[in-house]
Design a protein around this ligand. Sequence first.
Ligand SMILES: *Cc1c(COP(=O)(O)O)cnc(C)c1O
Length: 586
Amino acid sequence: MNPNSHARFAAYFSMEIALEASMPTYAGGLGILAGDTLRSAADIGLPGVGVTLLYRKGYLEQHLDSSGSQTQTPSIWSPEKVLEEKKERITVQIEGRDVHVRAWQYSIRGVGGYVIPVYLLDTALPENSPFDQSLTDSLYAGDDHYRLCQEVVLGIGGVEMLLELGYHHILTYHMNEGHSALLTLAIFSHHLQGRPIAEATAEDRDFLRKKCVFTTHTPVPAGHDQFPKDLVRHVLGEDRTRELETLECFSSDVLNMTYVALRGSHYINGVAMHHGEVSQGMFPAYPVHAITNGVHAVTWTSPAFQEMYDRHIPEWRRDNNYLRYAIGIPLGEIRDAHLESKRQLLDAVKEKTGVMLDHSVFTIGFARRAATYKRADLLFSDVERLKWIARHIGPIQVIYGGKAHPYDDPAKDMIRRVFAMAAALKDVIRIVYVENYEMRWAQLLTSGVDLWLNTPQRPYEASGTSGMKAALNGIPSFSVPDGWWIEGHVEGATGWDIGHEDIPDIVAEEIAAMYDKLEHRILPMFYGRSSAYLEIRRHTIALNGSFFNTQRMLGQYVMNAYFLGKQETSVQRAIEAVHASVVGEQ
Ligand SMILES: *Cc1c(COP(=O)(O)O)cnc(C)c1O
């Protein structure tokens, strides 16, 4: 490798990154987005590097009993078997102790062979206390104290580790959500080179901001990580706490990680146009932009659709824009590719649950984290009407999936309600709930069903990405107009909306719209005018698959965020070094 190859456009920090189905280093959409972003960076040869934690016990393995009650166990895996251990070691200060950190490398290889390294930080070293060793064990588990310690390892440890690994030219540090916001402290200290932070000037703060980009994902204040000042002082120590005070990161003795990230960034964005507006309302003192999320096209396209695209638009793997020309693919080929994807899904469901669903029956999919705002049970608001529709308009079957957070009892109740409904409806509508939803099931489900249902309570869905995966496989969405769907929705062309964007989100209206459209538009078309339904599949790919991908998204980050306001000569040198390394590697 070229020696300059340690210069990077972007260091991407995320609490979770979904790298492979067999690595339980993610919980849901945030981690999938991080993985998809880095996969697209490798495809287009954008010099980047990823940083996250290792999670030896993963997020969780979901177990559901016959009534849908969830229990969970750790997801144990063997990092040693799939990752390369780096010899570099760094330490971070936690509660006045030195905590030793090592890194494991995962390499993402892009379509043209370009490699992006991802470093997974690990504190399970014998020199650490048992508690410190456990800091990189579990994702989103433990109390505030555990979480804050993890965020020190991720943010501060991540910056130190990148330096130790030789990454001295990083143009932009990109915080994917606020969990990694403490990285701003580490960057600031290095910049000040020993000068006390109290003496930092406006130029120093400008330097910090120009280095950082922050993407927020949470549309409600309660979703942001917050820590009481006493805890912060205890974990980070007096000096770091004073630094945070100087940077005005506390409000009424609470450290809000979102504010740490906002204060330290020159570019801030929400993850869909509407979410950008909602976030701007939450943070009126900062300009908030919007870059709509995407998904990694090849990862989320089923083998049958991949083969079809390879035949008609072979350039699509390298350049996702070519998916626009799916508009010319004959409907019969789309039908065949879909039937093959549906067969694969139903076979997998049979293998996992013992239930053989019917290939000819209209199949609805609903799978995502089981959070209550996603309202997995909205479909059952009027069971009699749902039964009537299935009996008189056309048969329906439904496949569910999704894990509840271990502490989220209302979400666990929601899963039980879906199970209760499945039992109550079993003679009319077959409903299966797939246990332990993860990347592999997401790929099968978002390519094998006939309709992708999404019923979030507005405005809680910042973006949502599973509907984008469905679009790549010609599956229309049927969704409440929130997040990305406000942009991706063309009524009767890429799917259907549930309630209108311009009517207040009265639940009764959403429920009525959901049943009305199933009864009068969607099912009659599926069973009676199948070529019209195939047209919708084709439009879904051409209009939405070609746009809602991480390749387009990353291009927007490069143009709008990474290069914005970069004037310092050292940064220019970094860019030159990056260019030299890219040329050198080709
Ligand atoms: C894509 C994906 C998600 C995100 O789903 P949304 O419907 O966008 O919330 C969550 N979990 C897994 C495993 C996924 O693949």
